[in-house]
Design a protein around this ligand. Structure first.
Ligand code: FAD
Length: 496
């Protein structure tokens, strides 16, 4: 094998890519290449938890995307940060450790027709890399045996989870007010049912950010069979026609520090460029819709109204206020309750706008496009007002800044939701997994791109529907499961 040929080529050194590079290079006989467009993660603000405010909107660490003007947001366009460095978005994210709800994964299993994506069967892949602080004192500090924590959490893996260190009186008061409004407390958002109010657990070690690069890449970067290239921007996949009309992905074309280089793969090329980067590279390579080829926080999970069957909104409550991340803080003491619809029914798109990889794709989230989503937005605004009116918060004499207490009417609140809504950074499903009969499915249940051999997508893009929570740890679970499927498939080829 020459020095430009590898068994596996992983595109994107982000959340999924770092874990894959680690797992696929465990066997010293397999050569693995990891290609990352950004620089190394040796930038101080990455590692200081509050530093994400300086990493977002910063070309050193962020792709600086903006969404297309969105009709649901009354024509506004939003900043759309995506990590551009080793660790990817896990280097600039809010570090919240969240898996979602068991029913999310059971729905994936139903949608793909593959029970191995159900909650019970993906749980071991979450646990495989976890290092949960609750088990630091032994298998289970509370009972010493088989408890709800050791059943659902792992210890000794690479992915560190700690309780955040800061406590704020105003956040405690918000939690108490939520209790007075009828919402229960929870001490574990990650057991499969996350309904309740509590402090988020975070991916930190001793108070420093714990990103996917520190967890999975740094410990193995000296492996002789692992090559990591930074500032290596993948332009295209190299696709060949095979006999019997099938296509096969043979490698990639990369712009590495100004030089154009081609790398070949003997087994799989794995796209882990994220929910914007992966569909962009597929489309630039001629795979995608025909038309395109022509050109310290408190959290809560509640029901936005009592008729909802399960918790369908997530609160991120922070003791600060600003117009948008990257903008300065407001000059008054404040609390922001940002409420996220966990099961949106609006669907957006990511589409290339030219054949040049330097041109950002058009990101069109299509927010608040359905009546259901607009109702959840209005119900959520009203629910925050109820919590803010509870006795526990009255010592702060809270006043509503946005949308403003003068607006009470449903239609007014729909319009104002469009004026003030923002992203909380969890795009998924842009190269979704699905069954053979699903015309929108880009990959199958083993994450292979339909119709092309030797090519997989392994990152947040493949989620068939968004999980009810934050998306980083679910992406690691997907990568862990994918690594085991890729190695299993390689063993089958050797055996046959
Ligand atoms: C600001 C922000 C806050 C967030 N907060 C949280 C949170 O608190 N908790 C949580 O669970 N989730 C959070 N998320 C979401 C979570 O971080 C992502 O869902 C997760 O990191 C996605 O992982 P990924 O592997 O799909 O993509 P990424 O981690 O984004 O990795 C993609 C990688 O591919 C690289 N790449 C892209 N294109 C190319 C190319 N052409 N050539 C080479 N390399 C390329 C990118 O530079 C990047 O390193 C947040 C995200 C952001 C942006």
């Amino acid at each position: 094998m020459d020095d430009r040929t590898f068994d596996y080529i992983v595109i994107g050194g982000g959340t999924a890519g770092c874990l894959l590079a680690n797992r696929l290079s465990r066997d010293p006989s397999r050569r693995v290449l990891l290609l990352e467009a950004g620089k190394k993660d040796n930038y101080p603000w990455i590692h200081i938890p509050v530093g994400y405010l300086y990493c977002i909107g910063n070309p050193r660490t962020d792709w600086l995307y903006k969404t297309a003007p969105d009709p649901g947001l009354n024509g506004r366009s939003l900043r759309y940060p995506r990590g551009k460095t080793l660790g990817g978005s896990s280097s600039i994210n809010g570090m919240i450790y969240m898996r979602g709800q068991a029913r999310d994964y059971d729905a994936w299993a139903a949608e793909t027709g593959d029970a191995s994506w159900s909650w019970d069967q993906v749980l071991p892949y979450f646990k495989a890399h976890e290092d949960h602080y609750r088990m630091d004192g032994g298998a289970d500090p509370e009972t010493g045996g088989n408890s709800r924590f050791s059943d659902t959490h792992g210890h000794g893996g690479e992915w560190r989870i700690e309780m955040q260190r800061l406590r704020w009186d105003v956040l405690e008061a918000f939690a108490d007010a939520a209790g007075e409004a009828g919402f229960p407390r929870t001490d574990d958002f990650n057991s499969g049912d996350n309904e309740g109010v509590g402090y988020f657990e975070v991916n930190q070690r001793s108070g420093w950010r714990w990103n996917a690069s520190k967890a999975f890449l740094r410990p193995v970067r000296k492996r002789a069979n692992l090559t990591i290239l930074t500032e290596a921007h993948v332009e295209r996949l190299v696709i060949d026609a095979k006999a019997a009309g099938r296509k096969v992905c043979k490698g990639v074309t990369v712009r590495h520090r100004g030089q154009k280089v081609e790398y070949a793969s003997r087994r799989d090329v794995i796209l882990s460029a994220g929910a914007v980067g992966s569909p962009q590279i597929l489309q630039l390579s001629g795979i995608g819709p025909g038309a395109l080829l022509r050109k310290s926080q408190l959290g809560a999970f509640t029901r936005s109204d009592p008729s909802q069957a399960h918790a369908n909104v997530e609160y991120h409550v922070q003791p600060l206020s600003l117009d948008a991340f990257g903008e300065p803080l407001h000059g008054f003491p404040a609390l922001t309750a940002s409420v996220c619809n966990l099961n949106p029914t609006s669907r957006g798109s990511v589409r290339i706008t030219s054949a040049r990889m330097e041109d950002a794709p058009e990101i069109a989230p299509n927010y608040l496009a359905t009546a259901e989503d607009r109702k959840v937005a209005v119900d959520s605004l009203r629910q925050v007002r109820v919590i803010a009116s509870m006795p526990a918060l009255q010592k702060y004499r809270p006043q509503e800044w946005k949308p403003g207490p003068q607006f009470q009417d449903y239609d007014e609140l729909v319009k104002l939701a469009g004026d003030i809504a923002n992203t909380i950074f969890h795009p998924v499903g842009t190269a979704k997994m699905g069954s053979d009969s699903d015309p929108m499915a880009v990959v199958d249940n083993r994450l292979k791109v339909r119709g092309i051999d030797g090519l997989r997508v392994v990152d947040a893009s493949v989620m068939p529907t968004i999980v009810s929570g934050n998306t980083n740890s679910p992406t690691l679970m997907i990568a862990e499961k994918a690594a085991s499927m890729i190695l299993e498939d390689a063993r089958k080829v050797v055996a046959s």
